[in-house]
Design a protein around this ligand. Structure first.
Ligand code: NAD
Length: 312
């Protein structure tokens, strides 16, 4: 067992399965005591224990310490109780990793209000709830690490209006929390993972990829990449590193983590501008913009979803 996180206490949400479970195990393997949170109270098919209990049992096998917690992070008061349970059990909270997640994929014209609310509640509100209750403690102890979980879907993902909006929200939330807490010695960063879990590579999804390949919607290369997605055990190292003292100066950054790849996203910056002096009352006309937007602001631009001929 490593010692990089010895003496630190962590909460990992959604740690019964998938990426959260691997992160909880990795933090524990470096000596952290972990609260393993997950709402999944009943054993998965083929397992004897409920998912969070199984993660706890596996952490104990490593010789480390963990407790299970089944609180629903979508509830503000329950999230507070979860934060409190870490302090009550282990003495303080040093690390919060927000991983819990669900999907309810549907095209926006068919999406129900319930599907929208469910996804926004778990991802965006759940992450807010946990950050909200952790930050007070971390500010007063003048140290702490928060890692949130985004998704490449924030860049735009057909059939995932709820999920992509929630993940975009988490990215912006991370950047704001980072700027609010940095002066107190606390950092808040975000990971954008990709890994084969029940969320991304279940039988239904595999059948969808196969259909897309057979209908020529995706190439063989893309099909094979998706079907052979790396496992969730490759995601944790960057999270563990961000939790160490060595990463104390890294704050508000969004990292890609999949397989052997660790990447960093660019800062959202304005890349081109056209300018008029508004203090003199100068204002763009629509005719001017019609000419200049394509020429100056968007040369080489490619519409991600151009109109197609209606099917007959
Ligand atoms: N797997 C990927 O490729 C991928 C890609 C991008 C982002 N993500 C994100 O990574 C995170 C983990 O995804 P995963 O693929 O490991 O999925 P997963 O389904 O294997 O794990 C998610 C866990 O969150 C738990 N959970 C759901 N709602 C909860 C709630 N209200 N409170 C507490 N726990 C709750 C679930 O019970 C589940 O065990 C999610 O936020 C997901 O959006 C995953």
């Amino acid at each position: 067992m490593g010692t990089k996180l010895e003496g630190k206490n962590a909460i990992v949400t959604g740690a019964g399965r998938g990426i959260g479970r691997e992160i909880a195990l990795a933090l524990a393997a470096e000596g952290a005591k972990v609260v393993v949170n997950d709402v999944a109270r009943t054993p998965d098919e083929g397992h004897e224990l409920a998912p969070p209990d199984e993660t706890v049992a596996d952490i104990k096998k490593l010789g480390s310490t963990a407790i299970a917690n089944y609180d629903d992070i979508t509830n503000f008061a329950t999230a507070e109780a979860l934060v409190k349970s870490c302090v009550d059990t282990f003495g303080r909270l040093d690390i919060l990793v927000n991983v819990a997640g669900i999907v309810r994929d549907r095209m926006i014209h068919n999406m129900t209000e319930e599907e929208w609310d469910a996804v926004l509640n778990v991802h965006l509100k759940g992450t807010f709830n946990m950050c909200r209750h952790a930050v007070g403690l971390m500010r007063s102890q003048r140290s702490g690490r928060i890692i949130n979980t985004g998704s490449a879907a924030w860049q735009g993902s057909v059939g995932q209006a709820n999920y992509s909006a929630a993940k975009g929200g988490i990215t912006s939330l991370t950047r704001t929390v980072a700027r609010e807490v940095g002066r107190y010695g606390v950092t808040c960063n975000c990971i954008v993972p990709m890994a084969a879990t029940r969320l991304t590579l279940n039988e239904q999804v595999k059948a969808k990829f196969k259909r897309q390949f057979e209908q020529g919607e995706i190439s063989e290369q893309v099909y094979l990449e998706r079907i052979n997605m790396p496992g969730p055990e490759f995601v944790p190292p960057i999270v563990t590193y961000l939790c160490t003292d060595a990463a104390s100066g890294i704050n508000g950054v969004v990292f890609r983590a999949t397989g052997g790849t660790v990447g960093v996203y660019s800062e959202p910056v304005i890349t081109r501008i056209i300018y008029k002096n508004h203090t003199r009352g100068d204002k763009w006309t629509v005719d001017e913009l019609e000419e200049l937007v394509p020429k100056i602001l968007l040369p080489g631009y490619v519409n991600p979803a151009p109109p197609e001929e209606p099917k007959k």
